[in-house]
Design a protein around this ligand. Structure first.
Ligand code: G16
Length: 543
């Protein structure tokens, strides 16, 4: 094998964010950009000589070309074996499963998740560790360090590998195993859930709409929902992946999955609605006439997980990211199991899952998952909901009403101020941070601040400390506003304002969340001077 050693210099801006490196596609395609980052991953994890890796992506523009480069670089760096999805495709949870199933030394996942794809949109790359989960900060720090000192990368001179059919290929001595992206994942789902009960549910006339948003879950959803479980053809919408996600924004929330929302809120809506994102790890849940927030969905899944065979012995514990509502904590309390609060980012759940401290975890950003992989998993959440509905035979709206009556309702909303000038967003943030110690006791409208702090996390398993993970303002009565800057965007800054208020009065459980949270929204704007700093009086996206 001819190996080229290409001299290079560090490229600024290769610091991984909440979930790997995300940039404009055009930036990733600039000379040396991808190669520098891939070599830095290899160097940051101690080299890949003799190692095996899983490689796959969500099929967005540049996916396959990037994979061909990664294969040639892996060969040049001495990797022994690469398991790659057919046509370079793997959903993020399926990649996590393949890493665990095959005991590889980790994997490379090509995706910018829910961000749009295409030559003028976004691309991303992240390294997952041998447990199948996103690399924790101590490893991403090493990768970042490597990007700042890199002087050369290695790449084999070889033809593109044909990834169109499952089978084996080689670049010199490196074995490349091309696998069906869906087969092992489907087998795992079949182990976890009661497929015969789900078949019976669909056979009884239960109806569903699943919006794959022109993204990676299309083939998985067709195979599971329609082929295995007998849901009628047409249950899966937008089920053919396209490199630019049909020109859409593959983020499963009420704004971007409007087609599904219109169906579920319309006449003759199906019984159940769901959507997943670009790389298949996020989910949105709806019933006829109702949208279920990710925080409520997590709480409901925790309360009823025992309906599914995989969880029939109960849960060891649950975890949620800090900005996620406390609804799941109330369930944990009743079940007598621990509830953990972690910083935003799935990587923070890995230790808790590995140590057997939790079984279920989730985030307000539409991610839910369990011990079965080390990523959040969109279709898994859909199947767990289906398993619960197959057992209870109640509607989604009735399930939620019953849940709120039992536990109270954590009214919740996230307000996003997108593409804010980064300097202005940071100025808002640091001014607010300085103000935190003086806020307790001050009143804003009818609300009085009880405490304010910056969230930091001490991992209970490995003791690592993560500082500066969001600003929290608590109010008397249990409401809270949380401020964070997104770590997944590619331009400017996105300010996220998370709003939550617990309501236990049975007469007040069915309000519009924006109405229920109105005083809190006003207080948060006044305290942080959002309009003054950003020029925005209202958010761009409300979920
Ligand atoms: C990623 C992480 C999630 C996290 C989310 C937050 O999601 O995997 O764990 O909650 O980012 O994003 P932000 O920093 O923008 O608030 P994904 O689906 O983009 O991989």
């Amino acid at each position: 094998m001819n190996i080229q050693t290409v001299e290079t210099t560090p490229i600024a801006g290769q610091k991984p964010g909440t979930s790997g490196l995300r940039k404009k596609t055009a930036v990733f395609m600039e000379p040396h950009f991808l190669e520098n980052y891939v070599q830095s991953i290899f160097d940051g994890i101690g080299g890949v000589a003799g190692k095996s890796l899983v490689v796959g992506g969500d099929g967005r523009y540049y996916n396959e070309s990037a994979i061909q480069i990664i294969l040639r670089m892996a060969a040049a760096n001495g990797a022994a074996k690469i398991i790659v999805g057919q046509n370079g495709l793997l959903s993020t949870p399926a990649a996590s499963h393949l890493i665990r199933l095959n005991g590889t030394d980790g994997g490379l996942i090509l995706s910018a998740s829910h961000n749009p794809g295409g030559p003028n949109a976004d691309f991303g790359l992240k390294y997952n560790t041998p447990n199948g989960g996103p690399a924790p900060e101590n490893i991403t720090d090493k990768i970042y360090q490597a990007t700042t000192t890199i002087t050369a990368y290695k790449i084999a001179e070889a033809h593109d590998v044909d990834l169109t059919t499952p089978g084996q290929a080689r670049i010199d001595t490196m074995l490349i195993e091309i696998v069906d992206p869906t087969a092992d994942y489907i087998a795992l789902m079949e182990e976890l859930f009661d497929f015969p009960a789900l078949k019976t549910l669909f056979a009884s006339g239960f109806t569903m709409a699943f919006d794959a948003m022109h993204a990676i879950t299309g083939p998985y959803a067709h195979a599971i929902l329609e082929d295995r479980l007998g849901a009628p053809a047409g249950t899966v919408l937008n089920g053919t992946p396209s490199p630019d996600f049909g020109g859409g924004h593959p983020d499963p929330n009420p704004i971007w999955a409007k087609q599904l929302v219109d169906i579920m809120m319309g006449k003759n809506a199906p019984d159940f609605g769901a959507a997943s994102d670009g790389d298949g790890d996020r989910n949105m849940i709806m019933g006829r006439g109702i949208y279920v927030t990710p925080s409520d969905s997590l709480a409901l899944l925790a309360a009823h997980a025992r309906c599914a065979p995989a969880y029939e012995r109960g849960l060891l514990g649950v975890a949620r990211s800090m900005p996620t509502s406390g609804a799941v904590d109330r369930v944990a309390d009743k079940l007598g199991i621990p509830a953990f609060e972690t910083p935003t980012g799935w990587k923070f759940f890995g230790n808790l899952l590995d140590a057997g401290r939790v079984t279920l975890c989730g985030e307000e950003s539409a991610g839910t998952g369990s011990t079965h992989v080390r990523e959040k998993d969109g279709l898994w959440a859909v199947l767990l909901w289906l398993n619960i509905l197959a057992t209870t035979r109640k509607s989604v709206a009735d399930m939620m009403a019953q849940h709120w009556a039992e536990y109270g309702r954590n009214y919740y909303s996230r307000h996003d101020f997108e593409d804010v000038d980064a300097d202005k967003a940071h100025a808002l943030f640091s001014t607010l941070r300085d103000k935190l110690p003086s806020l307790a006791g001050q009143s804003f409208g009818p609300l009085t601040v009880s405490s304010a702090s910056e969230f930091a996390y001490d991992d209970p398993v490995d003791g690592s400390h993560s500082a500066a993970q969001g600003l929290i303002i608590n109010f008397d009565g249990g409401a809270r506003a949380v401020f964070r800057l997104s770590g997944t965007g590619t331009v400017g800054a996105t300010l996220r304002l998370y709003l939550e208020a617990l309501q236990t009065d049975p007469a007040a459980l069915h309000q519009d969340p924006q109405v229920a949270l109105a005083d809190l929204i006003a207080a948060a704007h006044t305290i942080a001077k959002i309009q003054g700093f950003t020029g925005r009086a209202a958010p761009d996206v409300i979920t």
